[in-house]
Design a protein around this ligand. Structure first.
Ligand SMILES: Nc1ncnc2c1ncn2[C@@H]1O[C@H](COP(=O)(O)OP(=O)(O)OP(=O)(O)O)[C@@H](O)[C@H]1O
Ligand SMILES: [Mg+2]
Length: 281
């Protein structure tokens, strides 16, 4: 399903046409719980894909599968045409809850992945300082996480993922814990970083406006067990103006799809609990 794009503008970022990540009929069970029913999609190199869906539908699970932290129960998941069998340096992840090591400085938190990889200290620090600067953290290299605000901690987590220099950046609700002001700055930062770094980005978000502002494509998931119920291409150049009527139309369309899905899930849940009550009485 896609919005009728009356005017298709050239993309400044130029997503490629080679598939970077391919999911074929992915199904994921946790014990008896079916989290993902049947997910198939292809994400191209340098594409920015946002994933949106009701709470608990399996968004983080999908990201963990791509990161290689979880294994699919059925189906095939490929990166560069090769099956994903575990984590790798080609993928960097920023978790839903920012994970920093409190006993390490900002610089050490950012170089950590490179230290583990065995990259020379001088090179590791040079790469880390570049991303510390680009994420607006210059001057805080020697600070400890406890002295940083939530937004700054999140920037450290993003700088760490980028310093690791992954081909694919996986972001799980990176702005979830931030106030509106900081979030708006971070959205602009991420947009600039993406334009500069030219990576493939998969970002989970609960915010439709965040998704349409940043992504080339928005995948909408159903409630659990998840399926893709819409794949909306946002063919607008970057940086984007949220007041653009075409962007607003995309936002309205995706919001309507999501609302209908949540309503459907709620009504099914109510029917199920009423049935259970009748059985119990
Ligand atoms: N390690 C696990 N063990 C058992 N069940 C799990 C595990 N991880 C996730 N689940 C279940 O799988 C489903 C999907 O979880 P997931 O965290 O992927 O949802 P989500 O879409 O990211 O939710 P949210 O929007 O709240 O972050 C949920 O029902 C959850 O309880
Ligand atoms: Mg999640």
């Amino acid at each position: 399903m896609s919005v009728d794009t009356a005017r298709i503008l050239p993309l400044r970022n130029g997503a490629g046409t080679n598939p970077k990540i391919v999911a074929k009929n992915i199904q994921k069970y946790f014990g008896n719980v079916l989290a993902m029913e049947d997910i198939s999609c292809s994400i191209n190199e340098r594409e920015f894909v946002a994933i949106i869906g009701p709470s608990g539908c399996g968004k983080s699970t999908f990201l963990y599968l791509i990161a290689g932290f979880e294994k699919a129960s059925h189906g095939e998941l490929l990166i560069n045409n090769v099956p994903i069998t575990g984590p790798g340096p080609d993928r960097g992840i920023v978790f839903q809850e920012f994970v920093l090591f409190p006993w390490l400085t900002v610089l050490r938190n950012v170089t950590l992945g490179l230290d583990i990889k065995g990259v020379q200290r001088q090179e590791a620090e040079e790469r880390a300082r570049k991303w510390i600067r680009l994420t607006g953290l210059s001057g805080f290299e020697d600070a400890y996480p406890s002295t940083l605000s939530g937004g700054m901690k999140q920037r450290v987590a993003i700088a760490r993922a980028l310093t690791y220099d992954p081909e694919v950046l996986l972001l799980d609700e990176p702005f979830g814990a931030l106030d509106v002001q900081t979030k708006n700055y971070m959205i602009q930062d991420l947009q600039n970083l993406w334009l500069e770094a030219n990576r493939t980005i998969v970002m989970i978000t609960h915010s439709v406006s965040e998704a349409v502002q940043l992504a080339d494509r928005v995948l909408v998931l159903s409630s659990r067990p998840s399926r893709i119920i819409a794949d909306v291409a946002i063919k607008l150049p970057h940086p984007r103006d949220l007041r653009d009527p075409l962007l607003r139309r995309h936002e309205d369309e995706i919001t309507a799809i999501l609302s209908a899905e949540v309503d459907k899930a709620m009504s099914l849940e109510r029917q199920a609990s009423a049935k259970a009550e009748r059985r119990g009485s």
